[in-house]
Design a binder for this molecule. Structure first.
Ligand code: ACO
Length: 325
């Protein structure tokens, strides 16, 4: 049966120049490189420079992905930016990217599902392509979480970083089996009863200020392992494949212990998991496309490989995407 698939044509990423090692936090907080490494796996992260905005990171990543795809911006029908740290309350960061790329056609919008944002954005891009509303979609995850952190809270500020990653997806014909390249299944969830586990204590309609990130780390940890393994398994089942078929798990990069525990629950060895958390920290919606781009550059991810990407974040919102690269 002839089926339209949203196929990855290109990938790219961008990290701000400034690299901040764990030892930097020892100067101002009661913490240590040893604690941060052993509890989270994080060794360093990048922070955006003063004046460097989420759209700037997104534009760099978008250009890299377009170059990798050998596609011009005027061939793109839609841009989706997954972010919780937009340049402005409105308009969308995606429209700033659109303008910087010189695109005067098509449409652009942001998706906000915190750390699950990229998975949500991929599901939206897939739906646009399958419904015929777009044939080439640029999907970007971009964040400047350094702008939301409470620098006096050692339980949160050591965990996050800034960055961006992007994929170019394009419609292609498949035969309707799991052997097709492209997105094979998506699985999305949210449960607003857990709003208080991870939030920013400000906002336009509540405080008219930005606020800072607040997190119940231990509680999130428990939800994460169970929900991530469940959504990944559910997406794999929808795609008609099993754990054994998976070449690469590309998890949200929040904590190495969560990544390991989830892989173990799925019965997938760590040599089939792309791990970048040590170098990037948690870059929220940017973490999965960053990991895909780095995994591709390292020679881990190859054309034809079966990937499952899974993420969870504030909301709680979580989900997974199965795709053949
Ligand atoms: N340095 C030193 N000590 C610290 C630090 C720090 N940076 N942070 C916390 N501690 C202390 C705590 O105060 C606590 O001390 P106490 O026992 O005297 O109270 C002790 O270390 C242990 O704290 P726990 O919270 O139990 O540590 P845990 O092993 O759970 O690790 C962590 C904490 C890393 C936050 C972990 O719970 C975690 O990663 N949770 C998930 C967070 C996550 O994934 N969030 C992202 C998902 S959504 C999104 O990305 C937006």
């Amino acid at each position: 049966m002839n089926t339209i698939r949203a196929v990855v044509k290109g990938v790219g990423h961008y990290l701000p120049e400034r690299v901040v090692p764990n030892t930097e936090f020892e100067k101002t907080l009661d913490t240590s490189d040893e604690w941060i490494r052993s509890r989270s796996g994080i060794e360093r992260r990048h922070f955006a420079a003063k004046g460097e905005m989420t759209s700037h990171l997104a534009i760099h990543a978008a250009r890299a992905a377009l170059a990798d795809a050998a596609i011009n911006a005027d061939q793109v029908d839609a841009i989706i930016v997954a972010t919780s740290t937009p340049d402005q309350t409105f308009p969308s960061t995606a429209t700033r990217v659109q303008s910087a790329l010189g695109m005067t056609t098509g449409f652009a919008f942001d998706v906000q599902a915190v750390c699950a944002g990229f998975v949500y954005a991929l599901a939206n891009a897939n739906a646009l392509i399958l419904s015929g509303q777009a044939s080439t979609v640029l999907v970007i995850g971009a964040e400047t979480f350094s702008r939301l952190l409470n620098w006096n809270d050692r339980t949160t500020c050591v965990l996050f970083g800034d960055g961006a990653g992007a994929l170019v997806l394009q419609a292609a014909n498949g035969v309707g089996t799991a052997a097709d390249r492209g997105i094979l299944a998506t699985d999305l969830h949210s449960d607003g009863r857990y709003n208080d586990l991870l939030y920013v204590d400000g906002g336009v309609s509540s405080t008219q200020s930005t606020g800072v990130l607040v997190m119940e780390g231990r509680e999130i940890f428990k939800h994460a392992v169970q929900k991530l393994a469940q959504t990944a398994e559910s997406a794999l089942a929808k795609a008609g494949v099993t754990d054994d078929d998976v070449d690469w798990v590309v998890p949200h990069q929040a904590n190495l212990r969560i990544i390991r525990a989830t892989a173990q629950k799925m019965g997938i060895p760590m040599d089939r998991v792309v791990v970048t958390v040590q170098d990037h920290g948690n870059t929220s919606a940017a973490s999965i496309p960053l990991a895909m781009s780095v995994g591709r550059a390292r020679g881990q991810i190859k054309q034809g490989d079966l990937l499952v990407a899974e993420a969870i974040g504030g909301g709680l919102a979580w989900g997974a995407v199965v795709l053949r690269w």
